[in-house]
Design a protein around this ligand. Structure first.
Ligand SMILES: Cc1ncc(COP(=O)(O)O)c(C=O)c1O
Length: 435
């Protein structure tokens, strides 16, 4: 595999030579932030690009390169960088006062739009991020059931303190977690029953996102619905990322209703936010007009810029019809890339659904989380570098998130960059992909 590491080294050198300003900016930043970084997922070797501007579905870096942006802010960038309706909604919010410290009609309108979109959500509350939404949903489940355990899946990501890339970790919020394998129907059903009386919640991503964009099978998701109902645990769908996959996220697509849903990323048009919601019965516990209700706080829960942007995003731009059209367009593209890999006889696959997928070096789609070998990591890093050098920005771990302003030109650019990568490295890909 010397050839692989040589190719990676060569690509990194070309990248460094092409990005002297980003390299210098990264170096300068080391003085005030550890490693110059405040968000690990954005770091990659030899140094990350410094972005200076965004327009439509494109980003420009400090060295003047313009990229087709398939990072899509890890899903939150669904609307691209300059949607006029969202920009004017943010300005409108600003015009009404920056930090209001009072209830406004903005949060009421966005709550209405979201509840009307998601049949499983009668009522919701806003918070500041998807992480907070996950923490609050778990807290709701624990308080409502009087139980403590929370079943999670290997490879799942529900936020900065709720992540399970390789099992349990001291980094996480100290809940009493039970770890199960994603898409393992029998094993998970057994665990749920085994912990029955003590299990407060099962929290699951309908597509295991950071774990490799692996869709949960319908049978698996239905089993979670049935067994949690049997034992009286709360089923939480984390649709922070997957809400983009239809008018009512993946739950609308598969027709399974959870007890609670967490949202974030897209629901404020790319501005910071989070939300958790579900049945009126569960959410009534937060009703401050009721004696003994639970108190849920957050200075910026209803910040007007996010709420106003969300109203434009969910009410005007990403309408149910647009959500369906976008799904069809992007799913056809994902499948066309898989057809390209077959045509080229190469062991690569785009795992995922619609506008959210990840490239794996595998002869067939992944159904379970797989820990990548060192060679697979290196090949992935090579893919990332070479696509960047070709003007196509993807996440360093191989994920792509498509955005509404993308057109056939952006999609063709990525397809051509992938074709070039395959033609240059066919034998390397095949030897890593078959291992
Ligand atoms: C599935 C999922 N849940 C929760 C989160 C956390 O959201 P946030 O980064 O807004 O805290 C993320 C973020 O990537 C996510 O992918």
């Amino acid at each position: 595999m010397d050839a692989l590491y040589q190719a990676l080294d060569d690509a990194r050198q070309r990248y460094a030579a092409a990005n002297p300003n980003s390299r210098e900016a990264d170096k300068q930043a080391e003085q005030y932030m550890p490693g110059g970084n405040t968000r690990n997922v954005l770091y990659h070797e030899p140094f990350p690009l410094t972005m200076v501007g965004g327009e439509g579905a494109e980003l420009t870096d400090l060295d003047g390169h313009r990229y087709a942006d398939f990072v899509g802010e890890f899903s939150a960038g669904l609307f691209g960088h300059s949607d006029p309706d969202i920009k004017s909604a943010i300005h409108k919010g600003l015009d009404h006062g920056i930090a209001i410290g009072g209830s406004t009609n903005y949060e009421r309108e966005l709550a209405r739009l979201l509840c009307e979109r998601f049949p499983s959500i009668d009522q919701l509350r806003f918070c500041n991020s998807g992480t907070e939404a996950g923490l609050m949903a778990i807290t709701t489940a624990r308080l409502a059931t009087g139980r403590d355990k929370v079943l999670v899946f290997n490879g799942a990501y529900h936020g900065g303190v709720l992540k399970f890339p390789t099992g349990l970790s001291r980094f996480n919020a100290p809940y009493d977690f039970v770890l199960a394998e994603y898409n393992d129907i029998e094993g998970t059903a057994d665990l749920i029953k085994q912990h029955g009386d003590h299990l407060a919640a099962v929290i699951v991503e309908p597509i295991l996102g950071a774990g490799g964009s692996i869709p949960g099978s319908s049978a698996f998701m239905q089993m979670l619905r049935d067994t949690t109902r049997e034992i009286g645990a709360v089923l939480i769908f984390d649709e922070v990322k997957t809400a983009r996959l239809g008018p009512a996220g993946v739950q609308g697509r598969i027709g399974i209703q959870p007890d609670l849903t967490t949202l974030g990323k897209i629901i404020a048009g790319g501005m910071p936010t989070g939300a958790f919601g579900g049945s009126a019965e569960l959410m009534a516990c937060f009703n401050p007009k009721k004696e003994g209700s639970w108190k849920h706080a957050g200075t910026f829960n209803n910040n007007v810029c996010s709420m106003s942007a969300g109203i434009a995003a969910m009410g005007k731009v990403f309408t149910p019809q647009r959500a369906n059209e976008f799904f069809e367009y992007t799913e056809a593209y994902r499948q066309s890339l898989n057809a390209l890999f077959i045509e080229k006889s190469v062991t690569m696959v785009c795992n995922g659904l619609g506008s959210m997928f990840a490239i794996h070096f595998s002869p067939k789609p992944l159904e379970r989380m797989v820990v990548r070998s060192a060679d697979a990591h290196a090949l992935n890093a090579l893919l990332h570098m070479e696509l960047l050098l070709d003007g196509v920005l993807i996440c360093s771990r191989g994920d792509l998130f498509l955005s509404l302003p993308m057109n056939d030109l952006h999609l063709d650019r990525a397809r051509q960059a992938l074709t070039g990568f395959i033609d240059r490295h066919h034998s390397l890909i095949t030897s890593v992909g078959n291992n």
